[in-house]
Design a protein around this ligand. Structure first.
Ligand code: HEC
Ligand code: HEC
Ligand code: HEC
Ligand code: HEC
Ligand code: HEC
Ligand code: HEC
Ligand code: HEC
Ligand code: HEC
Length: 438
């Protein structure tokens, strides 16, 4: 929404309040809220007072409603979701809705593991839910959450411009992405910050490079020019359709798709999970949508590099995916062979007698003290845990590091670890075969 439209909206609200078309409490409330909260939560009032909202008369009650007026009626407060922001920031809201962040909550909830882990780690906004809170929730999802006793985490917009300063400058700082884009399976923060791109950015911050020296941030490549729509060509899983022309690579990607449960390992036909992949746009499923994202990215690189240079760098990364797929497919086939020969047994809630990456790190560990652990199905074998780590941690690092220009992650934390995993899997499989009782 344009600035004028926002100002008009504020004006309309004020006029409606003045003529008591809507509850006039709102007007007084904006005063009383601040007066009282200066004593109750002074830090918050301070933070709000440095925001553009304070400058533009967007008060506490504009977002939280005017119904709560004292310590006794706190339950009446509205905890504003993204739709409240959308009333004045429609453009950003619409753009956000088209992007990948919109799917955070849904994709987390699609996973089986989400529903057997402690709720604190999901609805409570720590663990998976701390990062996957990103995304607009349906009314039903919000209701379910509050029934479980979790009241907060209703807003995605405050993930990058945190409340109550709601600053644009903060969201443009790459550190706004750090909390979520780090660690085990997506260490983009670590990779970028220790690459030439990142170290240059830090040098600029320290004044070691002139202000106009160029250094791309996460936002330069993923959220340029005010867009809130983030999507990449390969996505997270590093698979795509149609399968590559290279025969070996196509076969290896097919093996990985089976381990993702997207292709039936017995018939090779798509399963119901392909629908989930489509719905949450987990992968590009035709040539055009891949190329569209790829071309956009190359244009972004070409602000600083030659287009030819940029294209070459990204092609190298694609080839790296091919290399990692060879190692991974070999490992999957070894474990699949253990199922085939009856050494590993399919458990009740597994789709197929085949390794399944969507089961995550599940083990047989079930402490009797925890209610939620009682819901745990049978676990993943140790050899499958090694395989999962090879896929989720080490394959991701090998190619994500190429995209984020990080030599160390590409080799030592990525490729070298994959070769080690494969060696480990071979040794475990040999031992399992040797000790298996017919
Ligand atoms: C007379 C004092 C008083 C007034 C007036 C007041 N509040 Fe509060 N508010 C409180 C107290 C006390 C709490 C509870 C703080 C706590 O749990 O530590 C609270 C809690 C809140 C919360 C947090 C709710 C939660 O679930 O954690 C919000 C949001 C809030 N107030 C907003 C407002 C807004 C908006 C207004 C004006 C419409 C307002 N307050 C007016 C005293 C007041
Ligand atoms: C632009 C909208 C907006 C304005 C203006 C606003 N808030 Fe909030 N506030 C939010 C959002 C979003 C949340 C987080 C909701 C959630 O977690 O579900 C929140 C959460 C809170 C909370 C509970 C969480 C916490 O950190 O304690 C309190 C208390 C609160 N606001 C007080 C205030 C007060 C006091 C003012 C006025 C000085 C104010 N808010 C103005 C959007 C706003
Ligand atoms: C009643 C209208 C209104 C609502 C509701 C509202 N805002 Fe704003 N917001 C504004 C106005 C007005 C500005 C100042 C615009 C400007 O300076 O161009 C602003 C500015 C901003 C900015 C830019 C700040 C900067 O540093 O330049 C951000 C970010 C922002 N709002 C986020 C939010 C979020 C997130 C929510 C919901 C939690 C929200 N707003 C709800 C009216 C609103
Ligand atoms: C530290 C924050 C964080 C935690 C904790 C986390 N995730 Fe994620 N998750 C992310 C990010 C960031 C991505 C996107 C990574 C990428 O594209 O490289 C992601 C991707 C995903 C995807 C794939 C979505 C896609 O676009 O392909 C799924 C599904 C998922 N996570 C589920 C989970 C589950 C289930 C848990 C808990 C067992 C979890 N995540 C824990 C941040 C987190
Ligand atoms: C993933 C991080 C992220 C999330 C989530 C996010 N934003 Fe932003 N937002 C940004 C960045 C980065 C900018 C600065 C864009 C620029 O000017 O380069 C920005 C800018 C803005 C601005 C200022 C626009 C202007 O040009 O003055 C508003 C308003 C805004 N966002 C609202 C929202 C709303 C509403 C939501 C939730 C629907 C939201 N944002 C969610 C990263 C985010
Ligand atoms: C609160 C956590 C959080 C923050 C903060 C965050 N992200 Fe994300 N991001 C996620 C999650 C979760 C996903 C995966 C969404 C899904 O499950 O589909 C994701 C996905 C992405 C993707 C899409 C990858 C793909 O699959 O194509 C990009 C790009 C991205 N984020 C960039 C950013 C940037 C840039 C910032 C900072 C401006 C940022 N994110 C801030 C949680 C976050
Ligand atoms: C110089 C540009 C550039 C910068 C800076 C950058 N990225 Fe990326 N990012 C890429 C490219 C290129 C891809 C892969 C695109 C594709 O699939 O073709 C990518 C992919 C991603 C993905 C999808 C999974 C993956 O890693 O392949 C996420 C999520 C992501 N980046 C987040 C971030 C975050 C967070 C930062 C900052 C810490 C960041 N990126 C910095 C260029 C960049
Ligand atoms: C805002 C400018 C800018 C953007 C955008 C940008 N780069 Fe860079 N890049 C630089 C600068 C400056 C350097 C450091 C000087 C040099 O090595 O050329 C660099 C270095 C590199 C290096 C060498 C790293 C090393 O370790 O030697 C590669 C490879 C690279 N960029 C690829 C890319 C790709 C691919 C993209 C797009 C996905 C991209 N860059 C986007 C400015 C940028």
């Amino acid at each position: 929404m344009k600035k004028r439209a926002i100002l008009i909206r504020i004006l309309v609200i004020s006029i409606m309040m003045a003529f008591s078309i809507i509850e006039t409490k709102g007007v007084q409330a904006s005063e009383t809220c601040i007066e009282c909260h200066k004593k109750i939560t002074p830090g918050q009032v301070k933070d709000w007072s440095v925001s553009k909202h304070a400058e533009n008369e967007v008060f506490c009650s504009t977002c939280h409603g005017g119904a709560h007026q004292s310590a006794g009626d706190v339950a009446k407060i509205i905890l504003p979701d993204e739709h409240v922001c959308a009333e004045c920031h429609e453009d950003q809201f619409e753009s956000f809705k088209k992007g990948k962040h919109q799917f955070g909550w849904i994709s987390m909830n699609t996973f089986h593991i989400t529903h057997v882990e402690p709720d604190n780690l999901m609805e409570g906004g720590k663990g998976c839910g701390g990062c996957h809170n990103m995304g607009i929730k349906t009314e039903a999802q919000k209701k379910e959450q509050s029934q479980k006793g979790y009241r907060y985490q209703n807003n995605s917009c405050d993930e990058c411009h945190t409340r109550h300063s709601f600053s644009k400058k903060e969201a443009r700082d790459p550190q706004a992405c750090q909390q979520c884009h780090m660690g085990y399976d997506h260490p983009q923060w670590e990779m970028w910050s220790s690459s030439k791109h990142g170290s240059r950015w830090f040098a600029k911050q320290r004044g070691a490079l002139p202000k106009d020296a160029q250094a791309p941030t996460c936002q330069s490549c993923h959220l340029p020019d005010g867009t809130h729509n983030n999507r990449t060509a390969w996505g997270f899983l590093g698979v795509r359709l149609p399968l590559p022309e290279d025969k070996q690579w196509a076969a290896d990607q097919r093996t990985i798709l089976k381990a993702l449960g997207v292709l039936n390992p017995e018939t090779g036909k798509p399963t119901a999970r392909l629908e989930a992949v489509k719905a949450m746009r987990l992968a590009r499923l035709d040539r055009e949508s891949f190329q569209e994202e790829r071309d956009k990215m190359i244009k972004r690189c070409a602000r600083c590099h030659s287009e030819r240079y940029a294209r070459k760098q990204l092609e190298m990364a694609d080839k790296m995916i091919r290399q990692t797929d060879r190692l991974l497919a070999e490992a999957i086939e070894i474990v699949a062979g253990l199922y085939k020969d009856g050494i590993l047994k399919k458990h009740a809630d597994q789709l197929f007698g085949y390794p399944d990456f969507f089961y995550f790190m599940r083990t047989d560990y079930s402490p009797a003290s925890s209610e939620s652990y009682k819901r745990l199905p049978a676990g993943m074998s140790y050899i499958e845990q090694v395989l999962f780590q090879m896929y989720m941690k080490h394959r991701m690092r090998s190619y994500q590091a190429f995209f984020h220009m990080n030599p160390d992650y590409a080799y030592w934390y990525g490729w070298a670890m994959m070769t080690k995993d494969l060696g480990h899997i071979k040794a475990l499989a040999a031992e399992m075969r040797a000790t298996h009782m017919k």
